[in-house]
Write a new protein. Structure first.
Length: 275
């Protein structure tokens, strides 16, 4: 009887050991095939920066970028993002909004400047943790412009008159059918200067620029990457592959899997609405 009990007990112990070993093997197998947190996103900022995307032309909006950044932040397997910028800038408000989204990122951010990353696009770039540029990238153009067409001289030539009834004397300021008064021109200049103050202060803060550096870029000039690095506008020169290496170093991972987010394209309903 004792021998029978001992055998049963040993059998149960052996079965338990086999089951335990099997569980360990299964767990190790699952872990070996599970994705590791070595992903880094690539986000393109291409074309003119506008308040809303235009599917018929190359534009990019803050909403486009905000959605991609949100995916990066919420993905536990994604360690950071590389922004690939090729844009001449665009709307002041849209550029500022997009820069704010990039700046608010908690995960590391690197940007690489392509052919052009100027004006509002540089505003966005300055919000990244590290800026990498090609030697021949065109960047800078930190400034604000306002312009309008004016046809009053042409009207005089052909005897055309312009009459406009407004609720206030400045309501049709900037109309192409009449010239601005000196007071209106001064007002427009004041608006441009105030807008520029927001722009330059944000760039100075993002890049820790000195006043001499800020004075240099405040003229609105454009610079090659090889010039921009001397002015503190970029951190290092290199290719897109170099920017990816910087991102790997910042996130502390090797052989990262880089995956690219795409701006939402046209759906069936969008195509039907266009037709």
């Amino acid at each position: 009887m004792a021998g029978r009990k001992d055998g049963s007990k040993n059998g149960r112990m052996l079965l338990g050991a086999i089951i335990g070993a099997s569980v360990v093997i299964i767990i190790l197998a699952v872990l070996s095939f599970a994705p590791h947190s070595n992903r880094i996103a690539v986000i393109r900022i291409s074309g003119v920066i506008t308040s809303s995307s235009d599917f018929m032309s190359e534009t990019v909006s803050p909403d486009d970028i905000a959605a991609m950044i949100e995916n990066v932040e919420n993905d536990p397997l994604c360690r950071g993002a590389v922004f690939r910028i090729n844009s001449p800038g665009g709307s002041v408000v849209a550029s500022r909004e997009m820069a704010g989204y990039v700046k608010s990122m908690k995960k590391p951010s690197v940007c690489w400047l392509g052919d052009v990353a100027a004006s509002g696009a540089y505003w966005v770039a300055s919000s990244c943790d590290v800026i990498v540029a090609d030697d021949l990238s065109l960047t800078g153009s930190v400034g604000v412009t306002a312009s309008y067409l004016e046809f009053s001289k042409l009207f005089e030539k052909y005897g055309i008159t312009y009459e406009q009834i407004t609720s206030g004397s400045a309501k049709d300021m900037g109309s192409p059918y009449r010239n601005m008064t000196p007071e209106e021109r001064e007002r427009m200049k004041d608006i441009v200067d105030q807008t520029f103050t927001y722009f330059i202060k944000d760039v100075m803060s993002n890049r820790n620029l000195t006043m001499p550096q800020a004075d240099k870029i405040a003229e609105g000039d454009i610079f090659l990457g090889s010039e921009a690095i001397k002015l503190g506008l970029v951190d290092r020169l290199g290719s897109f592959e170099d920017a990816k290496s910087v991102a790997e170093n910042m996130t502390g991972i090797r052989n990262a899997e880089f995956f690219e987010f795409r701006k939402k394209g046209l759906g069936l309903l969008d195509l039907l609405s266009l037709l």
